[in-house]
Design a protein around this ligand. Structure first.
Ligand SMILES: Cc1ncc(COP(=O)(O)O)c(C=O)c1O
Length: 405
């Protein structure tokens, strides 16, 4: 007997504004691959995908934890000794917080989601830099709140525009996202900017969500936690072993709450919410301890590799007619600007580049810039000789793209 297909199950409306371009561009890349052209994935900041290896002492720590039976649920906020190690590392960087104010999370991402979930009500506003790491706007939107973009200025090394931030603060503002060092721009903020950001938040009673996942990947010197500039200011710091310790798949991170009693209720609420998800990945918590308490030899060679790649990237991109790029000062991202022919968008450029050359980057509008501004983000983790070939292809494509107009 023929039966009609059951009706598709509807999706909840909360996802309507959820956009995460860094992964959604992959669908387009798959089509290009199906047409027979290989794709070079320069869209996701994963050092492991480019041959960088998780330091062996972290692998050993996880293996040992598993063999010794640490395979059950941990306390929801994480194993106490690991929380102590994180607190000690904050203290060494000038931010004295106790282990009771540290929570272990499944990467920076889960920390961000937990905190935003306890902070915002429907209609509340969260100040987010533009360009931004899009998980912030996606999560804020999912929660029924509003991401409000504040400018960062490419003509001033992508520093935040403090006057613009102040002009955006209103009764609905709950949090100020500060990503320093920054993805996607590679900026490292000046101490003066960091102090001013903190003062604004402190004065207006807004929580700084300090995304410090790239703190140790600044080329000149590690960036201390912003909260260390004033431990009484309301700051929640986020980090993980994903980037510096090249273990993004382990989903092992933490958050630290400073600001004293002012944030006690928020801390309590984060712990309550964390209870509901039981714990972060248990054996990987021991990798955090190994990372923060053992030798850091791999960091120096990783930083050397990043500096070299940043130099190639800046030199080659600025050598292409119609492209300009602010030199990155940290991490492995650059945010070049293409002078677009009239009527064309950043997506036209990025998807054209993909189809013609197989290079997959992410359009700037995926990070909140205007489509007509012509920004794109490149992950420059590939070896320098590969980067040279990548920028050769970009140069050829850019000339064609601009001439076709
Ligand atoms: C600024 C920023 N924050 C958070 C994350 C997510 O990191 P994690 O793997 O720790 O969740 C990323 C990943 O690219 C990032 O660039």
């Amino acid at each position: 007997m023929a039966t009609s297909a059951p009706a598709p199950i509807a999706v909840g409306s909360r996802l309507e504004g959820f956009a995460y371009a860094i992964r959604s561009v992959v669908a387009e890349a798959k089509k290009v691959e199906e047409s027979g052209r290989p794709v070079t994935y320069l869209n996701i900041g994963d050092p492991v995908a480019f041959g960088f290896r998780t330091p062996p002492h972290l692998v050993e720590a996880v293996e040992r934890a598993m063999r010794e039976g640490a395979n059950g649920y941990t306390p929801a906020a994480g194993v106490w000794q690991v929380r102590e190690a994180v607190a000690a590392s904050y203290a060494v960087s000038g931010l004295p917080i106790g282990p009771d104010r540290v929570i272990l999370t499944s990467g920076t991402s889960e920390g961000i989601e937990l905190v935003l979930s306890v902070l915002v009500n429907t209609g509340d506003e969260v100040l987010v830099p533009v360009p931004t790491y899009p998980f912030y706007t996606a999560t804020v939107t999912k929660l029924g709140a509003r991401g409000i973009y504040y400018r960062t200025d490419p003509s001033n090394a992508w520093m935040p525009d403090l006057d613009h931030i102040e002009s955006l603060i209103g009764p609905a503002t709950r949090a100020l996202v500060v990503i320093d060092p920054n993805n996607p721009t590679g900026a490292v903020y000046s101490e003066a900017s960091r102090r001013e950001l903190l003062e604004l938040a402190d004065t207006h009673g807004i929580v700084v969500l300090a995304d410090e996942v790239y703190a140790d990947l600044a080329y000149d010197a590690p960036v201390p936690p912003i909260g260390s500039l004033n431990p009484d200011a309301p700051v929640i710091s986020f980090s993980s072993i994903s980037k510096t310790y090249q273990a993004p798949g382990w989903r092992a991170g933490w958050l630290g709450v400073s600001g004293g009693e002012r944030l006690d209720a928020v801390l309590g609420a984060i712990k309550e919410l964390a209870d509901g998800r039981l714990c972060s990945t248990g054996p990987m918590q021991f990798a955090i301890m190994a990372a923060l308490t053992s030798s850091d030899d791999h960091k120096a060679s990783f930083l050397d590799a990043l500096r070299e790649r940043a130099e190639v990237t800046t030199r080659r991109l600025n050598g292409i007619e119609g492209i300009s790029c602010v030199p990155p000062k940290a991490a492995f991202y650059a945010m070049p600007k293409v002078e677009l022919p009239p009527g064309r968008t950043d997506e036209d450029y990025v998807f054209g580049l993909l189809r013609e050359t197989g290079l997959l980057c992410v359009h700037g509008s995926g990070f909140g810039t205007a489509p007509g501004d012509g920004y794109l983000r490149i992950v420059f983790l590939a070896p320098p000789q590969d980067l040279e070939a990548i920028y050769d292809k970009m140069a050829t494509f850019t000339a064609q793209f601009r001439a076709a107009a």
